[in-house]
Design a protein around this ligand. Structure first.
Ligand code: G3P
Ligand code: CA
Length: 253
């Protein structure tokens, strides 16, 4: 079929490796970010929180229990204590010795090589985290869009607004958890005042929502895709990006 018959020219979707290529390596570790790069993802996503002594660390849960060999809340542990933990063995013994990375390490290692989608996780627990993320980006000149593909997002929309005020040149996204009632025009109008992306749970996203987000001048990168059929469906409704544990499911076949 020619592309017009298929509904317009083939469209390039951003391939975003969720917590790194977390289907193949332990999430939020350098091993998973390396894998995302190797697999030619356009971006990888990471979750940033703060240690007791104020370091920006990459980990998804509020506690270290699931993804390390330690226990306790991230914010109750010092960086030194967090760094001692093994963040790889829980996934597969082949990844024993992987450490919890810092945001700064990830920026230094991957800037210019692959885009980075930064999720500010649980910001309500970490007063001042937006300022620290902004500082880490600015120090590396990454607040200038031409210097690297950086997007910042959060489920906490006050945190997104706060970050946007600190560093308006960095694109920001609002994350939306699944809800039956969808997203109203009124909400979209509000998001459009500061956000570049509206990123809902994929199960909320149909062609009509994608069109409405676009109509308000924003983009959408729904999450989290763990099968090929879902990647194909999201492509067909013309989302701008797909957040996936398996970057190979998004590449054209
Ligand atoms: O990029 C969106 C996605 O990461 C949000 O969900 O729970 O995996 O952080 P979660
Ligand atoms: Ca995340």
């Amino acid at each position: 079929a020619n592309s017009a018959a298929a509904g317009g020219p083939p469209h390039k979707v951003m391939n975003i490796a969720h917590r790194g290529a977390s289907g193949y390596a332990p999430e939020n570790t350098m091993a998973a970010f390396d894998k995302a790069l190797q697999m030619k993802a356009d971006y990888f996503e990471l979750d940033v929180q703060m240690s007791k002594d104020g370091k920006l660390v990459l980990i998804h849960d509020v506690t270290v229990d699931r993804t390390t060999d330690g226990t306790g809340r991230v914010g109750d542990l010092t960086f030194k204590e967090l760094r001692r933990l093994d963040a790889g063995s829980w996934f597969d013994p082949a990844f024993a010795g992987e450490r919890i990375p810092t945001l700064e390490e990830a920026l230094d290692r991957y800037r210019g090589k692959i885009g980075i989608l930064i999720e500010i996780k649980n910001p309500e627990l970490y007063p001042g985290i937006e300022r620290k993320v902004a500082k880490a980006l600015k120090k590396r000149n990454l607040h200038k869009p031409r210097n690297g593909k950086i997007i910042v997002q959060s489920f906490n929309h006050d945190s997104v607004k706060k970050f946007h005020r600190l560093l308006p040149s960095v694109p920001v996204g609002v994350l939306i958890s699944y809800r039956d009632e969808g997203i109203s025009d009124k909400e979209l109008r509000n998001f459009a005042k500061y956000a570049d992306y509206v990123n809902p749970n994929k199960d909320m996203v149909d062609r009509s929502l994608v069109k409405r987000i676009h109509r308000f001048g924003m983009k959408t990168t729904p999450w989290t895709v763990r099968d090929r059929a879902e990647a194909d469906r999201l492509k067909s409704i013309r989302v701008d990006g797909i957040v996936t544990d398996y970057p190979d499911y998004v590449h054209p076949r």
